[in-house]
Design a protein around this ligand. Structure first.
Ligand SMILES: *Cc1c(COP(=O)(O)O)cnc(C)c1O
Length: 490
């Protein structure tokens, strides 16, 4: 074991320094210009470390992490595709990063043009009239979209429409967003193949329905073939259709949510349009709407003036503002760079390749893993654990064992429709060799489960931190390293 493989929590040594700021330029003068009541009363408890300590600490930490730049990351429902590095360079361009949202429109024409053009590109891709790029994430987009839905019904004098229909297979953010928006959630059942049960939907459609939230392909990666019928039933009842765009990847360039009858949608730019994510950020959840809903979109809006210049406007019927200024601009820059890099011709290949890769893995592994829903999937699919349940090896055990072989685990125990869910999404960016390696390792784990099940249950065996006590971590959380050290010395 190398010395840096140990978990070292305390590197601070009293008096050790990395940098010192010149006292006159930044120290004393700056302090004098601050009002006394804003000054810190106690010394900040910062670690005292040298520059080299800091560099080694963070570099070593980064090597302990698993990311899409380290290895295959088939985390279903998350679209962990590879993000081309050129997008990072674009997003770091000081011409954009050094501007301030309070500058006047004249001095930020380039940024406004980028916002406007990206908004137009997403409208084209989605088949919707207009987008706001202001929301910060998918869930924030859901909330914004539902607020648009509510504003529309209220503008029509239809105050009683407060019911949102959500399938039992939906992502947890869907019902949560509806609740936060002050709407009531009503569940519609899925059929055994995961698609919405139209017969169960019909009796729910009355004059209190605000709309339905769906995703297509659905949470099991299957295309909802009855979507046109569902759309006309909901519309006839006076409701609107909300599309959760987290599963847009397989449709790119092939099918547009607007053409399927959806009125409102969000897109997770950090999933479908190339921003490194995980660990909670950064994200962006643009919301697109059909023409009749555009006036309700949040402020501020970016508009193109008659003379071709770009400006900022605020609509009087807008639901208000949902973000500080225009949202996460860096994520928009990555998305715009990604869309322009692929172009119209190549963006068409994203969906079919993601779909091909998912089906290739599914068909290659279904002899060892239980496939509850047969047939062609889209960009992801779900296994219900190992086929052979007699060994007692669970989905959690398989997921941990994959870490030993250098693969990130799939999404596990979601969706809730199956006991041992294992949701695999390879994305379009993986090579055939990587897919084959993953398939080989998954077969190997299945073999180990039969031959040496106890070893698999002990996995991971080769990682720095072995299997975590998740219940203990939830019941007795140790939230700071000082607390950890105190506990250790007891
Ligand atoms: C990721 C995801 C969301 C939420 O998006 P965030 O950007 O994480 O807020 C919603 N629905 C589905 C199906 C998702 O996969």
């Amino acid at each position: 074991m190398k010395y840096y493989d140990k978990l070292v929590f305390e590197l601070s040594r009293p008096g050790r320094k990395g940098y010192e700021l010149p006292a006159d330029n930044y120290g004393n003068n700056a302090l004098q210009s601050l009002p006394a009541d804003l000054l810190r009363r106690d010394e900040a408890q910062l670690p005292e470390v040298s520059e080299l300590d800091v560099v080694r600490h963070y570099t070593n930490l980064s090597m302990k992490n698993f990311g899409v730049d380290t290895g295959f990351y088939p985390l279903g429902s998350c679209t962990m595709k590879y993000n081309p590095k050129i997008n990072e360079e674009v997003a770091a361009d000081p011409a954009f990063t050094a501007i301030h949202p309070l500058q006047d429109a004249k001095s930020t024409q380039g940024a406004l043009e980028l916002y406007y053009n990206l908004q137009r590109a997403l409208s084209e891709i989605a088949g919707l009239h207009e987008f706001t790029l202001n929301p910060y994430a998918g869930a924030h987009g859901e909330l914004t979209g539902l607020m648009v839905m509510r504003a529309y019904h209220i503008a029509n004098g239809d105050e009683k429409r407060t019911k949102v229909i959500v399938p039992d297979s939906a992502h947890g953010t869907n019902p949560a967003s509806a609740m936060v928006a002050g709407l009531q959630v009503v569940e519609v059942k899925s059929k055994p193949n995961g698609s919405i049960d139209v017969e169960d939907l019909k009796p729910l459609l009355d004059d209190t329905v605000a709309g339905i939230m769906m995703t297509n392909p659905n949470t099991l990666g299957m295309f909802e073939t009855e979507i046109m019928e569902i759309a006309s039933l909901v519309h006839e009842a006076g409701g609107l259709l909300y599309y959760d765009g987290a599963n847009l990847n397989p449709l790119l360039g092939k099918v547009r949510p607007g053409d399927m009858g959806f009125d409102i949608m969000h897109i997770n730019l950090h999933k479908t349009f190339s921003t490194p994510h995980g660990g909670g950020g950064p994200g962006s959840g643009p919301v697109g709407v059909v023409e009749k809903l555009a006036r309700f979109l949040p402020n501020p809006k970016v508009v193109k003036n008659a003379d071709g210049s770009f400006g900022v406007s605020t609509g009087s019927e807008s639901l208000g503002s949902v973000s500080t200024f225009f949202g996460n601009f860096g994520v928009m820059m990555r998305a715009y760079a990604y869309i322009l890099t692929l172009g119209k011709e190549n963006i068409r290949n994203v969906g079919p390749l993601a779909t091909l890769n998912a089906n290739y893995i599914k068909e290659s592994l279904k002899d060892d893993y239980l496939l509850p829903i047969e047939g062609a999937c889209k960009h992801e699919f779900v296994f219900d654990g190992l086929k052979d349940k007699s060994t007692g090896v669970t989905t959690l055990n398989v997921a941990k064992r994959l870490l030993d072989y250098g693969f990130h685990a799939p999404t596990i125990y979601f969706p809730l429709l199956f006991h041992e869910s294992m949701m695999i999404e390879p994305t379009e960016t993986e090579s055939l060799e990587t897919l084959d390696e993953f398939i080989e390792v998954m077969h190997k784990v299945a073999r180990e489960a039969r031959e040496t099940p106890d070893a698999v249950k002990d996995a991971p065996l080769t990682t720095l931190v072995r299997k975590l006590d998740e219940t203990g971590a939830a019941k007795n959380p140790v939230l700071t390293y000082r607390q950890y050290l105190a506990g250790e010395s007891k």
